[in-house]
Design a protein around this ligand. Structure first.
Ligand code: T4K
Length: 400
């Protein structure tokens, strides 16, 4: 183990030879990819809802036990298309958390809507239904957009009751939540529709991509029509075309990733268990393990760092780890209410989200997924334990 004089922050050899990023980055073997993809060169049919994209939709419907899966270019576009398919009015206001990836809120902006930022629960990191209820009384809202953050389902029942009481749609950003369940039922079946991400950093990897799922056949048809003129089952009048096609290359990668999904969840589960075992005894570290075990895909290893107890700030720990080639990320900093253009457009939210603001100073995501072995998890944990045990000296030496 290092001592405080030879930390990589001081220019010494890092703990790992190559970087360990937070993305899942799982890929199939080249041979398996070739076996799915090879006839594409003969067929020369590369996109426009080809046979692999259709096959992926069918398999997703089966796996998620949902009537319709509509694959699209990425989740951001999937969210914008959902707003259009739901018929949300121009400049309509949508309740949304600010503690999320920028794309959630920017998708609303692309669809011509306005965010009404809502604070979250300290425990789940998801929309707090009580705060949603208060906002519904203060604003003329046309929809609620929940985010199943870290794959932990929102309080769907309470949110649905609130949405129903106002006669407005509830829909979900499920970018983190493939293979997660709520009360035993797969995420993908809730609200008006749910949107998954198949970005390379996600556990289901189509290199880039997304999917909208819904049990509402009419909504699904509007979504297919909005996506492209290809893949429609019948023609439906839509306000605009979305050009959200999903290529055959994405579909080939996605099909294999879906085949491997349960195995990836198991691998992630083992890594998360080891992280939690080794980190939960370190003062100042709280591991987020919100949902009961069978509801998780385990792709996000997320900590809250209590600066006083740990002895160093979250940002200092991140810098130390980064120097050791452990690329931990501060998702999500700052909260979207403090980001352009929203901070100037909607200054009323600047001090309205205390839980979000507090979490933005504490949360750190650690690497897991394909590039991270169990041995690497152990070494990362030992490094964090060492930093905490020597926090006073490290602070004096490197952060005075
Ligand atoms: N809603 C939520 C709640 C989301 O988290 C996201 C995306 C969306 C909506 C929108 O979904 P998409 O429209 O993207 O389908 C990453 C991902 O790009 C983004 O998909 C993800 N959430 C977000 C949480 O993380 P960045 O810019 O912070 O990280 P990035 O892409 O630099 O990758 C992280 C690490 O992985 C880096 O150290 C580099 C490494 N990496 C990344 C890629 C893509 C690789 O080694 N190889 C790769 O191919 O956004």
């Amino acid at each position: 183990m290092k001592d405080i004089a030879n930390l990589a922050l001081a220019g010494h050899e890092p703990l790992f030879d190559s970087i360990l990023p937070v993305g899942q980055l799982y890929s199939p073997s080249k041979e398996r990819f070739h076996s799915v993809f090879h006839d594409l060169f003969d067929r020369r049919y590369y996109t426009n809802h080809g046979k692999l994209a259709q096959e992926l939709e069918r398999r997703l419907e089966e796996r998620l036990d949902v009537r319709n899966a509509v694959v699209v270019t990425n989740a951001t576009l999937g969210l914008s298309l959902s707003c259009k398919a739901l018929g949300l009015p121009p400049q309509g206001k949508v309740i949304v958390p600010a503690f999320t990836f920028a794309a959630t809120v920017q998708a609303l902006t692309w669809a011509g809507l306005e965010p009404v930022f809502c604070d979250i629960s300290n425990k789940s990191h998801n929309l707090d239904p009580q705060k949603v209820a208060a906002l519904l009384e203060q604003h003329d809202v046309c929809a609620i957009l929940g985010v199943h953050l870290w794959g932990n389902p929102c309080d769907i029942e309470q949110l649905q009751t609130l949405a129903d009481s106002k006669g407005i749609p509830l829909f979900f950003d499920a970018a983190h939540a493939i293979a997660c369940r709520y009360h035993g039922k797969p995420i993908g079946n809730f609200g008006a529709c749910e949107v998954f991400s198949f970005h390379a950093t996600k556990i289901m990897n189509a290199t880039e991509g997304g999917c909208i799922t819904t049990n509402d056949d009419e909504l699904a048809e509007r979504l297919r029509n909005l996506r492209s003129s290809y893949g429609r089952r019948k023609n439906v009048k839509t306000p605009i075309d979305g050009y959200g096609r999903f290529s055959e290359a994405q579909a080939a990668f996605g099909l294999l990733s879906l085949e491997d999904l349960s195995r990836r969840c198991d691998e992630n589960c083992q890594k998360m268990a080891l992280y939690h075992k080794k980190l939960s005894c370190i003062p100042g570290i709280h591991c987020i393990s919100p949902a009961p075990e069978e509801n998780m895909n385990y792709q996000y290893v997320v900590l809250e760092i209590d600066e006083k107890e740990f002895g160093l700030s979250r940002d200092a720990l991140q810098k130390l780890l980064e120097a050791e080639n452990v690329i931990a990320r501060r998702y999500f900093v700052p909260g979207m209410h403090h980001c352009p253009p929203y901070e100037t457009l909607f200054p009323e939210f600047a001090t309205a989200l205390p839980v979000t603001d507090a979490l933005c100073t504490k949360v750190l995501q650690l690497p897991s997924g394909a590039p991270v072995s169990m041995d690497a998890v152990s070494r990362i944990c030992e490094c964090i334990a060492f930093v905490q045990a020597n926090s006073a000296d490290i602070k004096r030496t490197y952060f005075a």
